[in-house]
Design a protein around this ligand. Structure first.
Ligand SMILES: *Cc1c(COP(=O)(O)O)cnc(C)c1O
Length: 408
């Protein structure tokens, strides 16, 4: 049987207090919350909008019997997505996690190798490296954009380092010029984790086109969704070809049931791709809605002391996957967990920031504690507000009023 770590929050000692409190229960307040769609009488932290051709195309798959991993929607979705990112190729797969795994495995990352990732990220960043047999090496965030701090990468490089996988956290691109320069100097490959950054830009260039490969997620809360799904984008024809083959058990071309490399089954279905095509027909709207939400929140929260708004830096298009803020308890008068509980009492769903990889029971080591202070600060102070494309101005008013009334 698999073993679970028995490490407890209390074992973090003086750092235990930065781990977010258990999720506050949502209290449904009838006739008070401006509800728009689907989820009932709450404002969900995120819900998909499937109001284009999603239903029509899925019905088409069912009626024509093309529900598995062949069918016309898969190449169509890949072509649309490659065009959207400005890359020559796109390879669809089962999830953002499998996209990362597929990219790393196809690039030859394996046992004995080290891969540099931000410690402030979602668990898939670390686990995909581990599942390749390689070792994830953590680097702290930088305080302005919350992305991997390029000035701390070189200290983490060893003779075993093979790759850097920066994450475009919450929709704000990482500093790719600095990361690319380091990678060139040390002969490392860079793979973007763009799971949260569909449509974002760095110096006028789209995320997904900024490195050897880009990896996207189409989970239900992502900016573009297929329910579950993922995509690798790349200009490298050999990488795309090999990823397509590894995605499908590495079947050889010469004869059937003949395998020369360890493949996976990471194939996307035509049903998922059908939803993806419908989403891509409206992708400009889906991205624009995230940005409009952020501007509406900014206007209502800007003057609040102790609240740090999401990063917006020069030369970058942040797509605000989730509208993320930091709370300074001393300046605001209430802490992050207090605000989240008050919002939950008003049927408003929120999410605390990631718990950094170096504090996870799975990866923690005594010498890590306190070594990544920016990620720890983000974990202690950060959370995100409802961010669906379907969110209304009235709902944003309601959320912001509930935050403002808490201030002491
Ligand atoms: C969502 C996400 C993933 C994983 O995507 P799935 O489709 O859920 O597997 C990976 N990395 C980051 C940064 C994510 O936000």
């Amino acid at each position: 049987m698999i073993e679970y770590s028995s490490f407890r929050v209390e074992d973090l000692g003086p750092l235990a207090h930065i781990i977010p409190a258990p999720e506050p229960e949502l209290r449904v307040v009838m006739n008070r919350v401006p509800v728009v769609q689907g989820a009932g009488a709450i404002i969900p932290v995120c819900e998909p909008t499937l109001q284009g051709n999603e239903e029509k195309y899925v019905v088409e798959c069912v009626r024509s019997n093309w529900i598995s991993s062949a069918g016309k929607f898969i190449p169509r979705f890949e072509e649309m997505f490659a065009a959207f990112c400005g890359t020559k190729h796109a390879v669809a797969c089962t999830s953002g996690t499998s996209a990362l795994q597929l990219a790393l495995v196809t690039l030859g990352i394996g046992p004995g190798d080290e891969v540099i990732i931000p410690t402030f990220t979602m668990i898939a960043s670390a686990n995909t490296v581990r599942h390749c047999g390689a070792t994830p090496v953590f680097v702290d965030a930088e305080p302005v954009t919350w992305n991997i701090d390029p000035t701390k990468i070189e200290a983490a490089i060893t003779p075993r380092t093979k790759a850097i996988v920066p994450v475009h956290t919450y929709g704000h691109p990482a500093d790719m010029d600095a990361i690319t320069a380091i990678a060139r100097r040390h002969d490392l490959v860079v793979v973007e984790d763009a799971a949260e950054a569909h449509g974002a830009q760095y110096k006028g260039r789209p995320t997904g086109s900024l490195a050897r490969a880009g990896c996207f997620s189409f989970y239900a809360n992502k900016i573009v969704t297929t329910g579950e799904g993922g995509m690798i984008t790349t200009d490298d024809a050999e990488l795309a070809d090999k990823a397509r083959n590894i995605r499908d058990h590495a079947f050889s071309k010469e004869r059937h049931f003949w395998h020369r490399a360890p493949g996976h089954n990471f194939r996307m279905t035509n049903l998922q791709a059908a939803i993806g095509v419908a989403q891509m027909e409206r992708v400009d709207w889906l991205v624009a809605r995230r940005i409009e939400n952020a501007m509406a929140y900014n206007a209502r929260l800007r003057d609040l002391p102790g609240i740090t708004l999401p990063p917006a830096t020069d030369g970058v298009k942040n797509v605000y996957w989730m509208y993320s803020i930091l709370v300074d308890e001393a300046a605001f008068g209430r802490g992050r967990d207090d605000i989240r509980r008050h919002l939950a009492d008003n049927a408003i769903e929120t999410r605390s920031f990631f718990v950094p990889m170096h504090l996870q029971p799975l990866y923690v080591r005594p010498e890590y504690l306190g070594r990544f202070p920016v990620a720890e600060m983000l974990c202690a102070r950060g959370f995100y507000l409802p961010s669906s494309a379907s969110l209304t101005e009235q709902q944003i008013d309601f959320v912001c009023a509930r935050i403002r009334e808490l201030r002491r």
